[in-house]
Design a binder for this molecule. Structure first.
Ligand SMILES: C[S@@+](CC[C@H](N)C(=O)[O-])C[C@H]1O[C@@H](n2cnc3c(N)ncnc32)[C@H](O)[C@@H]1O
Length: 283
């Protein structure tokens, strides 16, 4: 729930990600990558390399290879499926609520040669795929935004084959009570109602029928992500001639400082989870 008591709907979330595509492209990442980085150490401030490392860790943990059929839910601009198809030659699907981000993903795909990827616009709560289609479902920093999380878990379980793997990173809400500043700078900023704690997430996944294979609590990496992005936004703001883009970047940079305080206060976190749908895997 927002500071004003408003509960964000899927419509609020899709409007936000449609409307902010160009702004994010201008300072976060020009290719549309929009997830938390896994940094090599305290001195590492290469966001793009860290974001790619997150993708590689998830792919390795999930056991993705050339025979996999992978769906990325909340794929945004499509970078993760494109990265996986390039690296492993696997077949991929990408689904996102935002029509603008799916348009961007499809355009990015036309610049690639022979990758077997299909991008669709839609919600993870009502997926346009047959039951038991995918060997893997992956996701990066998207599922927290779904208002009806149990529904999205059941849908992911449905579209996975028996023995299939669901591997993802996501934002965490480590404690129940969230102060007004964290609510404003962390939650309302991206139309996020709230999420699970590290332990609570695993319970919710088990409730939906998944077996937990691996869970990583990675708060230091999300703190570093916002430290690095806050600096980038400040530098870009100084160089941009467009007054409204400059104001947005400066406000974001200010939020980055608040986000780090929220992490230290246990109001925001990040984790990776690898789970499995029980059953025997079939090729
Ligand atoms: C923080 S962005 C992450 C994008 C992408 N995973 C990446 O790593 O760059 C979150 C994405 O989740 C998408 N999203 C939010 N709710 C969704 C839903 N119910 N179904 C599908 N996508 C959703 C948003 O449209 C947005 O593109």
């Amino acid at each position: 729930m927002s500071t004003t008591g408003h509960v964000y709907t899927e419509r609020d979330v899709s409007d936000f990600f449609d409307q902010t595509l160009q702004t994010y492209l201008s300072f976060w990442d020009g290719d549309g990558v929009l997830h938390t980085g896994y940094f090599a150490g305290d001195a590492d401030d290469d966001y793009r390399a860290a974001a790619e490392r997150t993708s590689d860790i998830l792919a390795a943990d999930a056991g993705i290879d050339g025979s996999s059929f992978v769906l990325d839910v909340g794929c945004g601009c499509g970078n993760f499926p494109i990265h996986l198809a390039r690296r492993f030659g696997c077949r991929c699907g990408g689904l996102d609520l935002s029509a603008e981000r799916i348009r961007f993903a499809r355009e990015a795909l036309t610049a690639e040669n022979g990758l077997d990827i299909e991008f669709r616009q839609g919600s993870v709560t009502r997926m346009p795929y047959e039951t038991g289609t995918f060997s893997h479902v992956v996701s990066q920093d998207a599922l927290c935004l779904v208002p009806d999380k149990p529904r999205s878990h059941l849908e992911i379980h449905r579209v996975l084959r028996p023995g299939g793997v669901f591997a993802f990173s996501d934002f965490l809400q480590p404690k129940k009570e969230i102060g007004e500043r964290a609510r404003k700078h962390v939650y309302d900023r991206v139309r996020w109602n709230g999420g699970y704690s590290f332990v609570g997430y695993q319970a919710a996944l088990e409730e939906a029928g998944f077996e937990i294979l691996l869970a990583r609590n990675l708060e230091s990496h999300i703190r570093q992500t916002y430290r690095v992005l806050g600096r980038i936004a400040r530098e870009r703001a100084e160089a941009t001639p467009d007054a409204s883009a400059r104001d947005w970047m400066l406000a974001f940079s200010e939020s980055c400082a608040e986000i780090q305080i929220a992490i230290d206060d246990g109001e925001f976190g990040w984790g990776m989870f690898v789970t499995r749908k029980p059953g025997n895997a079939t090729p």
